[in-house]
Design a protein around this ligand. Structure first.
Ligand code: F3S
Length: 292
């Protein structure tokens, strides 16, 4: 069995930056917390805990010290509360998310009804909503866009990890819901690159393994685009979930990983797959695949 890695996989720029900032903020003299899990990856959360960085779900749970804002970002009220509690803020909001928050805020300020194309309950979307004084509408599908009331002016912002094709389909509907439309294309290219690399690989392999936290939206989306590309795809969180029977008769297997999956987790999956099919293992990077 040949095992092929997707060309773009694993940590994106924003996640890597947030993890590096978290690791650099450990301090023996004061407690350090992340506000919510730093990334949707339990192994990374345990790794940070071992370095003395705990996870708090609310600022109220942090009595003192440093608070790390993760890449998804937060609303203005969180910064205010942190200041009131005299916490030191380490702001690891991804610059692309910051741009989406600022775009939404600017649209609201000049009188647009802000529509966020994204998942209502995703923390990043929640943070963008907060920057619109909680006035933004969120739509995730063309049907939801169809249900929007008519507004004179709509300003659209995208969740950074939203699929570009679905975004355009939704925008087409939103256009019919207003007099004037302003579109802020805040989708991050890291997501597109990862999705495109996954699709390219899925088309060339017999099976593709997608590695990432079960609650990671971008990992789940990678699995769905691979299935749409016609590949047998399994979304796993760690190497322990791999099943030998998945690889029966498989000549070429692919691996990709969500933006919040650490390299060491991907490597463990690779090694376990190697052990499951010890004959003719060839580690390849995408682009050099020859079946058979
Ligand atoms: Fe930032 Fe894009 Fe990653 S928005 S957190 S670099 S997927």
């Amino acid at each position: 069995m040949k095992i092929v890695m997707a060309e773009h996989r694993g940590f994106c720029y924003g996640v890597k930056r947030a993890v590096d900032m978290a690791l650099a903020s450990t301090n023996a003299n004061c407690p350090v917390h992340t506000l919510g899990p730093i990334i949707h990856n339990p192994q990374m959360v345990s790794h940070l805990k071992a370095q003395g960085i705990d996870t708090a779900n609310k600022l109220d749970e942090i009595p003192a010290g440093r608070v790390i804002i993760r890449s998804h970002g937060v609303g203005p009220e969180v910064y205010h509360q942190a200041e009131t509690q005299q916490l030191e803020v380490v702001d690891a909001t991804c610059p692309h998310v910051k741009k989406a928050q600022q775009a939404a805020h600017a649209l609201l300020t000049v009188g647009y009804q802000v529509v966020i194309v994204g998942e209502q309950h995703h923390p990043e979307v929640q943070s963008i909503i907060a920057w619109t004084n909680h006035k933004a509408q969120v739509v995730e599908t063309p049907a939801e866009a169809e249900a929007l009331p008519y507004y004179p002016r709509i300003g659209v912002v995208a969740q950074t990890t939203f699929a570009a094709k679905e975004f355009e389909a939704i925008v087409t509907v939103v256009k019919t819901k207003c007099e004037e439309l302003k579109i802020e294309r805040t989708i991050c290219t890291a997501t597109d690159l990862r999705q495109q690399a996954a699709i390219d690989l899925a088309k060339k392999v017999d099976i593709i393994i997608i590695v990432g936290g079960k609650s990671s939206a971008n990992t789940a989306r990678l699995a769905s685009v691979c299935r749409e590309a016609g590949s047998l795809a399994y979304h796993i969180e760690s190497a322990n979930e791999l099943k030998p029977e998945w690889f029966t008769g498989v000549q070429v297997a692919g691996i990709t990983a969500g933006a919040s999956t650490p390299d060491w987790v991907i490597e463990e999956v690779y090694k376990k797959m190697e052990e499951m099919n010890v004959t003719d293992v060839v580690k390849l990077e995408a682009g050099s695949i020859v079946k058979g």
